[in-house]
Design a protein around this ligand. Structure first.
Ligand SMILES: Nc1nc2c(ncn2[C@@H]2O[C@H](COP(=O)(O)OP(=O)(O)OP(=O)(O)O)[C@@H](O)[C@H]2O)c(=O)[nH]1
Ligand SMILES: [Mg+2]
Length: 692
């Protein structure tokens, strides 16, 4: 039996812009709650939450990590999420499975673009949240300015729960506006101790305490009436009002502190257990009956059928897969079988674990609200629902965003191609935002993802986990060739060198077809001079020659070739001879048909804050892009248009730097178009050079 009940669980995702101190805050929580003996440091590579070597090398979080602390008879599960936009799918997947978000805003930088993104995700999941103004001890830390940026950029009313005592060098603790006590941290006893509120802060404390009480009163008509009539609200009423307001989302508390100084952490933990909802408060979980659109729900009760949602998968070279999930209903014990309705399979549950960073702590039984891990599931992936075999349900998963940048992978040692595919498959398994395929035309192995760091990290993991080293190259653009004119041409192959000769003779009519039509071969011979069996050979010869192109080695498309006449020789003709004749005729004829290059054009959708509009459109024009429409949502613009693929191979880092990271985009293949002559010349010259 678990030592706590579902109503004593708090699930918290720590989110925010990159580098705002999320991981450090987790380390501080673990220390203050007495779980660790020393505070892990991101910069020294001693953080238990940033445990992957790729994180330690860069001093940033790349994947989410989970841990838990016990605080005031509550189990607080904390998920540390990455702030970098390359890894937001992980962040969003974590927000999907918690009851509350702790949003970090840096005391110096205020709200940044990634803060806005995670805020939107929290809105999407209707999550209660708390803002923590972090790194208050840093030079130029300014609590009020940071709070002002929250009000301005996140457009929400927020309520201060604590006030900082001092700032930067002089930051020494917080005043809790609810209990009206000041707290400083006593490093030696590892407890925060209550001290007198500094006299200089009396007026300020009163002012913000009044605002707090007014915000609480607004949560309840009864309280409001009493408050307006000048009555005092009891501490219990305030508590109850706060809980209602925070849980319902009408009150967004703001606290502050410093992770490296362990300041403001106890107030934070207190607020989390007192005001954030438990899995029981969150009520029923909504899903559908597998295979239908019919709603299906589960109550967060131990007696309900088991259900859980997988929010992360970690590939391990030795122990296989580690699957992280959150239980919504029922109980789960090891050595049972559960269903995975999305994959139409059942999975055997071996050992169950709680994770403390990378450390696995075995657990016997899980209850609603628990966040845990299972090793070695066979078919289960991120986003899947696991549930009781006899009572299935599907929870809506977070859909991975489409990739926006691609690289060609080239193994450093020859012969590693097969190993490459299998290792990559293990990594795409762990990360659904990675896509891998072999391009039929260019024969390159293409890895696509959400940004340059994303791909680089993947390549590093491949080396570390599977011992495979690859070079990254910009992928080739899959150009094609076509014709604009028509002609009639003779394709003739004759070889007489003693013995049996070779003879094939054809007349071909070559003409262009509309874009996207592909290739048509028409047999227009009437009467039939030559045996039927040779005609497919002509087509085969043409198709093979088409694949190799005539201008720059790209496949020729959108044309019709009609076989109009031919002659043959009873002895010397063969399928081979007609194949060669067809190929020769094609190569000769196409050159008379104004051959030209085609390039892939993509539909692109770019979302940017208003102020970057001019720059982004100017840049898009310089990439030969065409703007087709614009929409504005709030302070954001959505630009829709078309642009050649060749011009956006590096768009992800370019847009990032153009918009200070605030712009995002997606694209998809649309169609092929003729390459402008001056660019075609360059591509043809390039290909000739390569061939030489
Ligand atoms: N002065 C000061 N520095 C801090 C504090 N918290 C974190 N830092 C520093 O800020 C930097 C970033 O801290 P992290 O904890 O890695 O930030 P993060 O939000 O987890 O970053 P990502 O995971 O990359 O998004 C590190 O150099 C930390 O040492 C703090 O309270 N005070
Ligand atoms: Mg981090």
């Amino acid at each position: 039996m678990a030592k706590y009940e579902s109503k004593a669980i708090r699930n918290l995702a720590i989110v925010g812009h990159g580098g705002t101190g999320k991981t450090s805050l987790c380390e501080s929580l673990l220390f203050v709650a007495g779980k660790t003996d020393r505070v892990g440091r991101v910069d020294e590579g001693t953080s238990c939450m940033d445990y992957e070597p790729e994180e330690q090398k860069r001093h940033i979080s790349i994947g989410a990590a989970t841990n838990f602390v016990d605080w005031e008879k509550h189990r607080v599960n904390v998920i540390d999420t990455p702030g970098d936009s390359n890894f937001t799918f992980d962040t969003k997947s974590c927000l999907r499975v918690v009851e509350a978000a702790l949003v970090l805003v840096d005391a110096v930088g205020g709200v940044e673009f990634q803060t806005e993104k995670v805020w939107e995700y929290a809105d999407e999941f209707k999550l209660p949240r708390m803002v923590f103004i972090s790194r208050m001890d840093r030079e130029r830390a300014d609590f009020q300015k940071a709070v002002a940026s929250v009000k301005e950029r996140l457009g929400k009313k927020v309520t201060l729960f604590t006030l900082p005592i001092g700032a930067a060098d002089s930051f020494s603790g917080v005043v809790d506006l609810i209990s009206l006590k000041a707290f400083v941290f006593d490093e030696s006893k590892r407890t925060s101790k209550s001290v007198d509120i500094p006299a200089a802060m009396t007026d300020q404390v009163k002012q913000y305490r009044d605002i707090l009480i007014e915000d609480i009163a607004e949560t309840d008509d009864d309280l409001m009436n009493r408050y307006l009539e000048g009555g005092e609200l009891s501490p219990e009423e305030l508590q109850a009002g706060l809980r209602k307001g925070v849980t319902g989302g009408s009150i967004i508390p703001v606290t502050c502190g410093s992770a490296v100084k362990n300041l403001g952490i106890t107030s934070l933990l207190d607020s989390v257990v007192q005001y954030f909802p438990s899995p029981v408060d969150a009520g029923e979980s909504k899903g559908t009956k597998p295979g239908t659109d019919e709603p299906e729900t589960r109550l967060p009760e131990e007696s309900a059928p088991f259900s859980a949602l997988v929010f992360k998968t970690i590939a391990d070279p030795y122990s296989g897969r580690l699957t992280l999930f959150r239980v919504y209903s029922g109980t789960l014990t090891s050595d049972t079988v559960v269903a995975n309705p999305a994959r139409k399979v059942t999975e055997r549950i071996g050992g169950l674990f709680f994770l403390e960073g990378k450390t696995q702590k075995p657990v016997e039984q899980l209850i609603p609200g628990d966040i845990a891990a299972i090793a070695k599931l066979k078919d289960t992936a991120t986003g899947d629902t696991l549930c009781a075999d006899k009572a299935t349900i599907l929870y809506p998963p977070v859909i991975p965003p489409p990739p926006i940048i691609s690289f060609a992978l080239e193994p450093k040692s020859r012969g590693d191609e097969d190993k490459l595919a299998s290792s990559i498959n293990r990594l795409t398994d762990e990360d659904p935002t990675l896509k891998f395929h072999r391009d039929d035309q260019t024969r390159e192995m293409i890895l696509s993802g959400l940004g340059q760091i994303h791909i680089e990290v993947t390549v590093e993991k491949m080396k570390r986990k599977f011992g495979l080293e690859v070079n990254l190259k910009t992928p080739k653009v899959p150009y094609k060739e076509t014709i604009k004119g028509k002609t009639t041409v003779q394709g003739r192959y004759k070889k007489q060198s003693g013995g049996r000769g070779q003879f094939g003779d054809t007349w071909l009519e070559i003409e262009p077809l509309p874009r996207g039509a592909g290739f048509e071969f028409v047999d227009r011979i009437v009467g039939g001079v030559i045996p039927q069996q040779y005609r497919p050979a002509v087509e085969k010869g043409i198709v093979e020659a088409m694949a190799e192109g005539v201008l720059a080695g790209y496949p020729v498309v959108d044309l019709r070739i009609s076989l109009t006449d031919d002659s043959y020789h009873t002895v010397d003709s063969s399928e081979m001879a007609f194949k060669i004749a067809g190929s020769l005729g094609f190569k000769k004829g196409v050159l008379d048909c104004q051959p030209t290059l085609l390039e892939p054009i993509v539909n692109i959708m770019i979302e940017i804050p208003d102020e970057y509009m001019g720059d982004v459109i100017g840049d898009l024009n310089s990439r030969r892009g065409r703007v087709q429409g614009m929409d504005s949502i709030g302070h954001h613009q959505i630009i829709k248009g078309q642009v050649p693929l060749a011009e956006i191979l590096k768009y992800a880092p370019d847009l990032r730097s153009m918009t200070s990271g605030r712009g995002t985009f997606t694209y998809e293949h649309s169609h092929y178009e003729e390459v402008p002559p001056f660019i075609a010349e360059k591509i043809i010259a390039e290909s000739k050079k390569e061939e030489a």
